[in-house]
Design a protein around this ligand. Structure first.
Ligand code: ADP
Ligand code: MG
Ligand code: MG
Length: 955
């Protein structure tokens, strides 16, 4: 067996890896290889794979065998390639040692620059470049980075020494007035020399060894430091929050240094090929003259905009514009770039798919279809659930003009749009704690660091005093679509006293503020927020979504208001109206239902129900009207009756008085209703089996409302749904009763009105007997909330104590996701699939949908498509997510169909011999069986793709 390849080299237009190898080379390594391959100016280097990092940890933090030799070999090749040697006293090679995992983890991992500098090589560089200040500047950076990152010396100690030097020497020499910052570029050669001596002394004091003068020792130390950063607390924590699992580790990129700190014609920058906030097709970024690496992001000086870069150095800017064009064409997506200009020449140091705001996600995708870079299907596949959620960002209600004026405090840089209001918090931990208690908080920091991500995640919004649009705070918040304002320099934050000042105004921890991330404005107090209209690109893309999908999307709605709202969001009907929610609407209604419940005999029960009838009829009229032309599924009463009665004495006394019965009577009835296990008790259709008059009333209300609205010209498609069915006989009793009432009402009205009667499939027994039930039921609606509870034997209300352990990969890891949020496809999904197959085996046009929480979950909806459901039903605000999921499922089917034959052909090769032998041995009959099986297997996807046959209402 060939030895595993640990390292992939790149340089001068040739690369061993390429852009597809993210998993192995990390995002950065793959990007560097790809850019090299397509002829962009990338300094040469090599990438140690993520597998090596994995081996390093498996090996007790030691290098795997053979790595040392491979590093030496690649270093030699690199030296040859660039014509310089690491540690050379005359013209030394310097390298950066950079982390880079398969998925971007902004700011989490470490990079060391200027490696290879020693007391002798620094003089070589000084002479060779004729720029001693530059050489010393690079050296002091290296000692600091190596000392803090590789050797764990507190970085603040280096910073303090630098500040001390600036104060003692530079400020005096240049007479910089107090109160004005002494810039790092103002420090001169002598001062840098002194700083280096101080830094080396600091190193020796902390490590008890001299700063290493052997570049190979430096290189090994730096590589280990990058490996080490993979398991640093902040990185582990970040992966947990972002649910990043199953990637091996970080790659290590060793890259020849290029220098942005060589003077006025050099510099370093970061940019996006399009505006990551609006998505507009404009070049967007920051550039810092005479600077190196992290200076831009760290906010040491304020960077200039790209337009000013163009003015300052048009030639270098032109090179960057060419790269922008090439890369967008090549990757067919918006890119996030890091670059350095060394004495007028551009070098590319990183490229990756750019993170963008939800608004930009739609804009870029739709624009790129227009530019013929991608297809509509590509565009649909690029949108994420969070993009849709983010489109409905809250905004400040502009009708509060007076408050907007009086509450205005200060303006910062508008980093991420949307608005947020909450209590000011200065500490990430406190932010998390308060948010856990349900409080809305805004985290306010001088700047954020990776340690703060937990608090940022918990907060409504983020406000910082420093940094630009590409600062840590901005990048992280943008990924979450979280409102963020940065670089608000007038904020004078006092962490100790837990307050900030802006001029004469003081805001303390716990005070409310409001952020407008779209303008950068900060307001005191909590302003009213509203939800905006979705942008044009959203509408365009969602229209493609609707053209693509075959699965219908309905909504769960109990009121005309919800129904209208959901229709605006694209719902094509109601999959679930919970009638019982209407009972709580007014005192009169709740009294009537309670009277019904405490009634002793049928007559008084009927009397109470008669009071409810007009209310229910009216409610249904409103819903039918809102859903004109769309099907509406109405579920008969479902919860156990005890949920409707008062459990405290005062409430029971009041009810007794209002219902004109004794308190003792009420108390007794309530006691009788008590159940040890109500979710498995007297509820669902069992109520109508015991009290048929409830069904009479509800069906009367539904059909009367349908008749009334039909008379008004509304197209009504009612579907009466019986909950918690467990048996065909049970269903049949209720169906016959419902039809008796409905048919008579319709006949009396003289109208033509069709309706359906169907059932929920939410008890495992119903799924098992689905073929029997389907003989009578016209539709199935899978109630996967109850079905999940009963199939797993896990009560949703009690699951909090142990279910997290079942989902946690580090503990039991039984489920990939919470089965109440994302359908357990393996278990519950199998029951659902079986119910559909059995049901359709007796009723070809059986209409099937889902109405649990899962109808709004991306992966669950895709599953529903694959098993041939007709529709999913989700809460109004999830409707767009369900539409997207349904379209993506169709496209994924297509991709899978295209891939399948190709995959087979590939798979044949290695297995061909074994297979040929096996076939020779096999008897002819067995062969036939195999062939038959293959045909049957093939037929399945075709059948699945078109399982629908038009039913009466054709969902
Ligand atoms: P991160 O993953 O945090 O972005 P990088 O490895 O990209 O870390 O390094 C950060 C910055 O350091 C780069 O954006 C670049 O400015 C600088 N840098 C890294 N390698 C080099 C190099 N070989 N030459 C010049 N600058 C470099
Ligand atoms: Mg980078
Ligand atoms: Mg249920």
């Amino acid at each position: 067996m060939a030895k595993t390849k640990y390292i992939y080299a790149f340089g001068k237009g040739i690369a061993e890896g390429d852009g597809t190898m993210k998993e192995l080379l990390g995002g950065k390594g793959a990007g560097l290889a790809e850019m090299t391959k397509i002829g962009l100016p990338v300094p040469a280097g090599f990438t140690i794979t993520t597998e090596v990092c994995d081996l390093y940890y498996k090996n007790g933090k030691k290098w795997p065998e053979g790595l040392e030799a491979e590093v030496a070999k690649n270093l030699k090749a690199l030296e040859k390639n660039v014509g310089k040697k690491l540690g050379d006293p005359v013209d030394p090679l310097l390298v950066s040692v950079r982390s880079g995992a398969a998925l971007s983890m902004p700011g989490m991992m470490e990079t060391i620059l200027n490696l290879g500098l020693t007391d002798t090589s620094v003089e070589g560089i000084a002479k060779k470049t004729g720029n001693r200040r530059f050489a010393l500047d690079a050296y002091r950076r290296f000692i600091m980075m190596y000392g803090s990152i590789a050797m764990d010396i507190d970085r603040a100690k280096f910073d303090a020494a630098f500040d001390d030097l600036k104060e003692r020497k530079t400020r005096r020499r240049l007479s910089v007035p107090n109160g004005t910052k002494v810039l790092d570029i103002a420090v001169n050669e002598d001062e840098l020399s002194e700083l280096i001596t101080t830094f080396k002394a600091l190193y020796k004091k902390e490590i008890k060894k001299d700063f290493p003068q052997d570049p190979i020792e430096q290189l090994k130390g730096a590589i280990n430091a990058v490996f080490g950063s993979w398991m640093a607390d902040k990185a582990v924590n970040y992966r947990k929050i972002e649910k990043i699992q199953g990637i091996k580790g970080t790659a290590v990129n060793v890259v020849q240094m290029v220098f942005g700190n060589k003077g006025e014609t050099s510099g370093t920058g970061v940019c996006f090929t399009r505006d990551p906030n609006s998505g507009d097709n404009v070049f967007y970024g920051d550039y810092l003259v005479n600077a190196q690496g992290e200076d831009v992001v760290a906010g040491i000086r304020t960077p200039i905009k790209l337009s000013d870069f163009e003015k300052k150095d048009p030639k270098a800017y032109k090179q960057l514009c060419d790269v922008r064009k090439t890369l967008e064409k090549h990757y067919k997506d918006m890119q996030d770039l890091e670059f350095t200009v060394e004495e007028g020449k551009l070098y590319m140091l990183q490229c990756r798919t750019g993170k963008r705001s939800p608004m930009a996600a739609f804009k870029v995708a739709v624009d790129m279809v227009g530019e013929k870079l991608i297809t509509k299907e590509d565009a649909i596949m690029r949108i994420k659930t969070t993009d849709i959620e983010g489109i409905f960002y809250p905004m400040i209600d502009k009708s509060q003009a007076a408050q907007l004026k009086s509450a205005f405090l200060v303006q910062g840089i508008d980093a991420v749009p949307g608005a947020a209001a909450g209590k000011v918090v200065f500490n990430a931990k406190i932010a998390e704690d308060m948010a856990a208690k349900g409080e809305k908080v805004i985290i306010v920091r001088k700047e954020t660091s990776p340690e703060d991500v937990g608090g940022m995640h918990a907060a409504q919004g983020v406000l910082t005093a420093t940094g630009g649009k590409t600062s840590h705070a901005a990048v992280v918040a943008r990924g979450w679509g979280k409102c963020c304002i940065v670089g608000c320099e007038k904020l004078d934050i006092d962490y100790e006293k837990k307050l900030f000042r802006v001029g004469s105004v003081t805001v303390r921890e716990g005070d409310f503020i409001t952020l407008d991330g779209s303008s950068g404005n900060v307001y005191v107090g909590a302003l009213k927020l509203v939800k905006p209209e979705p942008p044009e690109a959203y509408k365009a893309l969602m229209s493609w979504v609707d053209q693509t999908r075959t699965l219908k999307v309905r909504t769960n709605a109990d009121t005309p208001y919800d129904a209208e709202n959901a229709r605006r969001l694209g719902a094509e009907g109601i999959g679930l109206t919970r009638t019982e929610h209407m009972f709580f609407d007014s005192e009169e209604r709740i009294l009537a239902i309670r009277q019904m419940i405490i009634a002793d005999d049928v007559e008084s029960r009927k009397k109470a129900l008669a009071k409810l009838l007009p209310f229910q009829t009216k409610d249904f009229e409103g819903i039918f009207k809102a859903m004109d032309g769309c099907p509406v599924t109405i579920r008969l009463i479902d919860p156990p009756l005890h949920e409707f009665v008062p459990h405290d004495e005062a409430g029971q006394r009041a009810l007794a008085k209002a219902a004109n019965v004794t308190f003792e009577h009420v108390r007794q009835r309530v006691e009788q209703l008590h159940e040890a296990n109500p979710m498995l008790g007297h509820r669902g259709c069992r109520l109508c089996i015991t009290f048929p008059e409830i069904l009479d009333m509800q069906v009367t209300a539904i059909i009367s409302a349908a008749i009334n609205m039909t008379k008004k010209g509304v197209k009504v498609l009612p579907e009466i749904m019986i909950p918690l069915t467990i048996d065909e006989k049970e269903f049949q009793i209720l169906e016959v009763q419902a039809r008796g009432i409905a048919d008579k009402l319709i006949k009396d009205s003289g109208l033509k009105l069709s309706y359906m009667v169907g059932t929920m499939i939410e008890v495992p027994r119903a799924a098992l007997l689905a073929d029997k039930i389907a003989e009578h039921a016209q539709f199935f609606s899978c109630g996967t909330n109850d079905l999940t509870q009963m199939t797993l034997g896990i009560s949703r209300d009690d699951a909090g104590k142990f279910l997290p352990d079942y989902v946690d990969e580090k503990k039991a890891g039984v489920f990939k996701a919470d089965p109440f949020q994302s359908l357990d496809q393996k278990g519950v999904g199998m029951l659902v699939q079986m119910a559909i197959q059995k049901g359709r085996s007796v009723r070809k046009d059986l209409k099937v949908g889902i109405c649990g929480e899962h109808g709004g979950d991306l992966n669950s909806v895709k599953f529903c498509h694959r098993i041939g459901m007709n529709y999913v039903s989700s809460s109004p605000f999830r409707v767009p997510v369900s539409r997207l999921a349904a379209a993506q499922a169709v496209i994924e089917d297509k991709i899978a169909a295209k891939k399948a034959p190709a995959k087979k052909a590939v798979a044949k090769k290695p297995a061909a011999k074994a297979k040929a032998v096996a076939e020779k041995k096999a008897k002819p009959a067995a062969k036939k069986a195999v062939a038959k099986k293959a045909v049957a297997k093939k037929a399945v996807p075709a059948k699945r793709a078109r399982p629908r046959s038009p039913s009466k209402h054709n969902v």
